[in-house]
Design a protein around this ligand. Structure first.
Ligand code: ADP
Length: 398
C-alpha cells in the first residue's frame, strides 16, 4: 500500500508518498505560495535531485493536482498512476476534546475539525482546505485525520485544567491540550522497541526540542502531562515563543507599552524566546556559534533553554514516581550534543548518566546512556509523516 501524507498550511502544502511495505519514502515535496503570485512546487523523488516546477496554484486543489502530476510524471514520477495511492493521511493541528485518536474522515469528522477552528484559527482552516482539495482531486480514496493534540488526550483533569473559573473550561474549552503529539507518540513507541519492553510497562519523558519545543510525561503508555497548553506558546522557552511566564506580565506590559491583544500575542509568539533574550537569532546553531565567540546574551539564552527543559524533566519524573527513559528528538534534541549534556547534567541522583562520547555521535536511533545508568537516555529522530502513514494504514485496511 502507498500512502500520501499531507500537511496543509494556509499558503503551503507539504507531502510525502510512502511505500508501506518497505517503509520507504518514495518522494516528498512542498507547494509554496498557494493562492499568491510566484507559486511553485519543489518535488524530490527518493535518491534524486529536487525539481522545481513553477506553476500557478490559485487553490489547494490546484496544488494537489500538481503534486499528483509530479508523482506520476514520466520524468520525475515514482508511480504509474494515481490509482496506486491507497489512502491519504492528513496532519490536523487541533482535535480539541473530540478526537483522542486518528480517524477516517467523513462529514462528521470535518464538522468536528471545523468546531476546533476557534482553538487553532491559523491551522485548522488550512487543514480542512487540504482535506477538501484531496476529496475533489482523489474522490473515493479514503482519508484519515491525525491530530497533533490526540495523543495528549489521556491527561487527567489535574494536569489539563488551569486554575481559572471552571466556566472558562465549560464554555470556551480553555484547558491544556498539548501539541507535537504525533512526534511524542512516535518516539515513545520507538523507545519501547529499543528497550525491548512494551510501552505499557515504561515511564518515558519525551523531549521534542526544535524551533517549537515540548516535553511530555508518558506513564505506562499514556500521556499524563505535557508542557504546551491551550496553545503552543506554553512550556519551555522556544525559538521565538516565551514559554511559561507569570500571566500578570501580559496585562502589565500591555499597559506599559500600549499594546492591544494582537500586538501582545505577536510579541510573545514572534519576538520572545531565545531570539528575544539573545537579540541575535532564534536558530540554535547561530546561538551556539555566538556563545562560542563569547556572546553573553546568546549564552544566557541557551542556558535558559536547557534549564527550562531540565525543570520539566525533573517535574515529570516526580509525577510518574521515576522514569525509565528520557528521549531527545527534533532539530535541537537530535543534533545538539551540548543541549543533551546540559539537560541531563544534574540528574545523576535519578540514575540518569550519559556517555560523553556516545553523546557526540551522529546518526539514527541511538542509546547514549553510560553503561551503569539506571535511566536510559535515547536520541530518536522523529518521523511524524511515518506515524501519520502508519495510523492511516491501520485505519483504512480494516
Ligand atoms: P521545527 O520546530 O521548525 O520543526 P526543527 O525540529 O527542524 O524545528 O528544529 C529546528 C532547530 O534545530 C533550529 O533552531 C536549528 O538550529 C536546530 N538544529 C538543527 N541542526 C542542528 C545542529 N546540527 N546543531 C544544533 N542545532 C541544530
Amino acid at each position: 500500500m502507498k500512502i500520501l501524507v499531507i500537511n496543509a498550511g494556509s499558503s503551503s502544502l507539504k507531502y510525502q508518498l510512502i511505500d508501506m511495505e518497505q517503509k520507504l519514502v518514495m518522494a516528498k515535496g512542498l507547494c509554496e505560495r498557494i493562492g499568491i503570485d510566484g507559486s511553485r512546487l519543489k518535488h524530490t523523488p527518493a535518491g534524486k535531485d529536487t525539481v522545481v516546477i513553477d506553476s500557478a496554484m490559485p487553490t489547494h486543489a490546484d496544488a494537489i493536482t500538481l503534486v499528483i502530476d509530479a508523482l506520476v510524471s514520466p520524468e520525475h514520477g515514482v508511480i504509474a498512476s494515481m490509482d496506486e495511492i491507497g489512502a491519504v493521511g492528513h496532519r490536523v493541528v487541533h482535535g480539541g476534546e473530540s478526537f483522542s485518536e486518528s480517524v477516517v474522515i467523513d462529514e462528521k469528522v470535518k464538522a468536528g475539525i471545523r468546531e476546533c477552528i476557534d482553538l487553532a484559527p491559523l491551522h485548522n482552516p488550512a487543514n480542512l482546505i487540504g482535506i477538501e482539495a484531496c476529496e475533489k482531486v482523489m474522490p473515493g480514496v479514503p482519508q484519515v485525520a491525525v491530530f497533533d493534540t490526540a495523543f495528549h488526550q489521556t491527561m487527567p483533569a489535574q494536569a489539563y485544567l488551569y486554575g481559572l473559573p471552571y466556566e472558562y473550561y465549560q464554555t470556551y474549552k480553555v484547558r491544556r491540550y498539548g501539541f507535537h503529539g504525533t512526534s511524542h507518540k512516535y518516539v515513545s513507541q520507538r523507545a519501547a522497541e529499543m528497550l525491548g519492553k512494551p510501552l505499557s510497562e515504561l515511564r518515558i519523558i519525551t523531549c521534542h526540542l526544535g524551533n517549537g519545543s515540548s516535553v511530555a510525561a508518558i506513564d505506562h503508555g499514556k500521556v499524563v502531562d505535557t508542557s504546551m497548553g491551550l496553545t503552543p506558546l506554553a512550556g519551555v522557552i522556544m525559538g521565538t515563543r516565551c514559554g511559561d511566564i507569570d500571566p500578570a506580565i501580559v496585562t502589565f506590559m500591555m499597559e506599559k507599552e500600549g499594546l492591544d491583544p494582537k500586538a501582545m500575542d505577536n510579541v510573545m509568539n514572534k519576538q520572545s524566546g531565545v531570539l528575544g533574550i539573545s537579540g541575535i537569532s532564534s536558530d540554535f546553531r547561530d546561538l551556539l556559534a555566538a556563545a562560542d565567540e563569547g556572546n553573553e546574551r546568546a549564552k544566557t539564552a541557551l542556558d535558559m533553554f536547557f534549564y527550562t527543559v531540565k525543570k520539566f524533566v525533573g517535574s515529570y519524573a516526580a509525577v510518574m514516581g521515576g522514569v525509565d527513559a528520557i528521549v531527545f528528538t527534533a532539530g535541537v534534541g537530535e543534533n545538539n550534543a551540548p543541549c543533551r549534556a546540559a539537560v541531563t547534567s544534574t540528574l545523576g541522583y535519578m540514575g540518569v548518566a550519559i556517555d560523553p562520547e556516545l553523546n557526540q555521535q551522529r546518526g539514527g536511533d541511538r542509546d547514549i546512556s553510560a553503561p551503569d545508568a539506571k535511566v536510559r537516555t535515547l536520541v530518536i529522530p522523529t518521523d511524524e509523516e511515518m506515524m501519520i502513514a502508519l495510523d492511516t494504514q491501520r485505519l483504512t485496511s480494516k
